[in-house]
Design a protein around this ligand. Structure first.
Ligand code: NAD
Length: 418
């Protein structure tokens, strides 16, 4: 995965004519932490896991990024996702650097008390390198508001009351209104801005969504509320399709009681992978990385792919889609709504002040629409795809901040000063 994100980075670096030295500096994480987590299972066995926190860049502010609990979590994943966070926070112009981490565990095989012990032990082991002005974790795959509450509690035992150490907390425990749906809401705004280019609205398009967790389900609900027709959805259990439109509020109720989309009575069962290549105007991969590769990119029928997940399209697949005239709205733009409202949450915690939901959503909308148009302008003026344009914007912002801080602005190539 790291190879893929470095390859995308290189394309933007080529456009900016960055030196090899500057590329190395920008790609290399500032700090990589790996810890051994030894805990006890409910039946008295030893449990052994590895936890990671990769802190990529701090030029524009304290580092920010999610925690993923997944068997595939390793240093490569954390490093790749940490660099995406640096570029993402720069694209939406919020005052953070990038980090990412997690634990190589499978929460579906752990009890809540086991997960609690693993999480709090992890916090105890990394507590010296995180903090409200250092590095602020957030939810990602298989972590949620409850896990964030455990992190806040454990950290506060060592450093005193510290709600701003983590975002995505429950609203009852200093979380922000609107945070839970923020990534899906940002996905919706990005898609809306794209559609404006051809004079269309969400109500004019059909949409297929891979993944029905936090991001996928909220994107589906919000797009459907605006009249968008959700024709296919998948999750780990398989896919469902209904070309007249899936009733998303009924599907949400179904998933609430059955945990997965499979078996939903209001749609036909299809293969999970078929959702990626089904007939729909818009494809939203909202599960994990590597969903669209050389193996299925030729079969994608959508005219736009909105990367709600991080890294769902491989570099080769990106090229195939682009050559076929399919637009890819990149992860560092499309899914930046989550970290944007995390920033609002952190700001509220520091100010000890709560914003109304209307304010959160209004500010998020403003940030997302502006970021989309900043990126689209660079793409148009420099004849770049949206991903390369987003990275060009982000790299410029990060490098400029870094060189001011280190008093090395005179070393910058002219392309970075414009
Ligand atoms: P989640 O754990 O809430 O949901 C993940 C979903 O993906 C689940 O529905 C799961 O069943 C599904 N899934 C897993 N493997 C699948 C497969 N092979 N095929 C189809 N579906 C599959 O996670 P989330 O928070 O919604 O995150 C999803 C993606 O969005 C991740 O890439 C994450 O990094 C990214 N993201 C999340 C946030 C956030 O705020 N949560 C912010 C930005 C980006």
């Amino acid at each position: 995965m790291l190879e893929a994100s470095n390859m995308f980075f290189s394309r933007a670096a080529d456009h900016l004519e960055l030196s090899d030295r500057l590329r190395t500096i920008l790609i290399t994480p500032r700090r990589v932490v790996r810890v051994e987590i030894v805990t006890e299972s409910d039946d008295g066995e030893l449990l052994h896991h590895l936890g990671y926190r990769v802190q990529h860049n701090t030029a524009r502010g304290p580092m920010k990024g999610g925690l993923r609990f997944h068997p595939s979590m390793d240093e490569d994943h954390a490093s790749s996702l940490a660099s995406l966070m640096t570029w993402k926070t720069a694209v939406v112009d919020i005052p953070y650097g990038g980090a990412k981490g997690g634990i190589n565990c499978d929460p579906s095989k752990l009890s809540e008390s086991e997960l609690h012990r693993i999480t709090t032990t992890f916090v105890e082991l990394i507590r010296e390198v995180i903090g409200p002005t250092i590095d602020i974790p957030a939810p990602d795959v298989n972590t949620n508001a409850k896990v964030m509450a455990w992190i806040m509690d454990e950290y506060s035992k060592f450093y005193g009351f510290s709600p701003a150490v983590v975002t995505g907390k429950p609203v009852d425990l200093f979380g922000s209104l609107g945070r839970e749906e923020a990534t899906g809401r940002g996905v919706m705004y990005s898609l809306e801005e794209f559609l404006k280019g051809s004079g269309r609205k969400l109500a004019d398009v059909s949409v297929a969504i891979q993944g029905f967790g936090n991001v996928g389900s909220n994107a589906a609900r919000l797009i459907a509320e605006q009249g968008g027709r959700i024709v296919a959805v998948s999750d780990i259990s398989g896919g469902i399709a209904n070309e007249t439109g899936i009733d998303i509020s009924r599907l949400l109720q179904w998933v609430e009681s059955n945990k997965v989309v499979a078996g939903f009575p209001g749609a036909d069962a299809i293969d999970g992978a078929a959702v990626l290549t089904c007939k729909a105007d818009v494809l939203i991969p909202a599960a994990l990385e590597g969903a669209i590769t050389v193996d299925n990119a030729q079969q994608v029928q959508a005219e736009v792919v909105v990367e709600a997940a991080n890294g769902p399209v491989s570099p080769e697949a990106h090229d195939i889609l682009t050559a076929r005239g399919i637009t890819v709205i990149p992860d560092i733009l499309a899914n930046a709504g989550g970290v944007t409202v995390s920033y609002f949450e952190w700001s509220q915690n520091i100010q000890q002040f709560r914003w109304e939901l209307e304010r959160v959503n209004l500010e998020l909308e403003r940030v997302m629409r502006r970021a989309y148009n900043d990126v689209a302008t660079i793409a148009r003026e420099s004849n770049l795809d949206l991903r390369t344009a987003a990275l060009v914007l982000a790299i410029k912002r990060v490098v400029r901040a870094a060189t001011y801080r280190n008093n090395i602005r005179h070393l910058l190539p002219p392309a970075l000063l414009q």
